[in-house]
Design a protein around this ligand. Structure first.
Ligand code: MG
Length: 381
């Protein structure tokens, strides 16, 4: 039986697609949380009259307006978001963007809940903390990201000792095949034009630099307990093969399907079962699938991420935070496209490495990296 859901990040791309999926499945919505009080969120609250409504931020005037608009009780503040993740017996869909998603993931796992995880920072920045929370309290992480859902599905029923390599596919982003020199002057508008997936702004830029794939490699390491030298990235521009696993006997399993996030979202809710979905019919006939090596000299992000992953501890948290700050500066025309990888690399060198054992350790590394990245960007202008 598919559990009722708590949807965190309800107004974002994952949140709205989740609500579409749960409506079709007939699953109950227990709580909805969003970062800001917005008209869009008020409309979602009206569509789900019995759901708890939680807003993490907003000024006191914005909150008052929102409460009047919604016409029922609203909880405010980031602690209320974490509390919603602690409602027991639900699936917590974590579509929060940013490090704020980590506390919710840990709280949900500590309650023994299933977490349909779309918040990258939980595993990238807080991998050791999240995996510990999962193993100690009986909760379960089910990935929503298309690549990790693909790997998860390839691994169902398999012994981890029989896994030889994980192969993450990457679309290559809008700048695949370009020279490094030609990327110096690209604009945010060009970087936001992702060829196959429709996503949020940061993840679109991260797909253009390949930092997104680098972050996904780190997520895969923590999620599946596979060492970095057994994780590979291959560019596959059509985004039909979502990832693959090579086994010790030479067999491969790949997960294929249309690039539609409603599929991995639904699987994270219904696992181990499968239910019908409204996804358009799909056929292999007529498709040509291509695979190529990523160009690591044009896209240094990949190697930077592998190195940060191998160092472990605070390094992935620093990588993630520095990238977020650099992407924001790029979107605001304060930093060139190639500067994103430079800022991340310099921040990793500048911020001292530490072990991370708690959520606070992770948030401290995150804060330090943001400060360092921001001052590096300010100094470069
Ligand atoms: Mg992905």
């Amino acid at each position: 039986m598919t559990q009722d859901v708590v949807v965190l990040g309800a107004t974002g791309s994952i949140g709205t697609q989740t609500l579409e999926v749960v409506a079709k499945l007939g699953v109950g919505v227990i709580a909805l949380a969003a970062r800001s009080p917005s008209d869009k969120f008020a409309a979602l609250a009206a569509e789900h009259p019995s759901a708890r409504v939680i807003v993490a931020g907003g000024s006191s005037e914005e909150r008052d307006d929102f409460r009047r608009h919604v016409g029922r009780s609203v909880e405010f503040g980031s602690d209320a978001v974490t509390d919603a993740a602690r409602i027991s017996g639900v699936t917590v869909v974590n579509g929060i963007v940013g490090a704020a998603g980590l506390r919710a993931t840990v709280a949900a796992l500590e309650t023994g809940n299933r977490v349909a995880l779309a918040n990258k920072e939980s595993l990238v920045a807080g991998g050791p903390v999240v995996i510990k929370a999962q193993s100690e309290h009986g909760g379960r992480l089910i990935p929503v990201d298309s690549e990790h859902s693909a790997l998860f599905q390839c691994l169902v029923g398999e012994d981890e000792k029989s896994v030889s390599r994980l192969i993450l596919t990457a679309s290559g982003g809008p700048f695949r095949g370009r020279s490094r020199e030609s990327l110096a002057e690209v604009t945010p508008e060009e970087a936001l034009g992702h060829p196959t997936w429709d996503m949020g702004r940061r993840i679109s830029v991260d797909s253009a630099t390949l930092f997104n794939k680098g972050l996904e490699v780190i997520e895969a390491h923590y999620l599946f307990g596979v060492d970095y030298d057994r994780i590979e990235v291959v560019v596959h521009p059509q985004s039909i093969v979502h990832s693959a696993v090579e086994f010790v006997d030479g067999s491969w399993k790949a997960h294929l399907g249309p690039p539609d996030m409603r599929i991995p979202i639904q699987y994270a809710l219904t696992y181990p079962d499968r239910m019908e979905s409204p996804v358009a019919p799909f056929a292999l006939s007529g498709l040509s699938l291509g695979f190529e090596e990523p160009d690591r000299s044009v896209f240094p992000a990949l190697d930077i991420a592998f190195r940060a992953g191998e160092r472990g501890g605070s390094s992935p948290a620093v990588l993630n935070a520095a990238d977020e700050v650099a992407v924001e500066a790029f979107l605001q025309h304060r930093l060139g496209f190639l500067g994103i990888a430079d800022v991340v690399s310099s921040t990793l060198t500048a911020v001292p490495w530490r072990p991370v054992d708690t959520v606070d350790d992770v948030l401290e590394a995150d804060r330090e990296a943001r400060e360092t990245a921001a001052s590096l960007i300010a100094g470069a202008c």
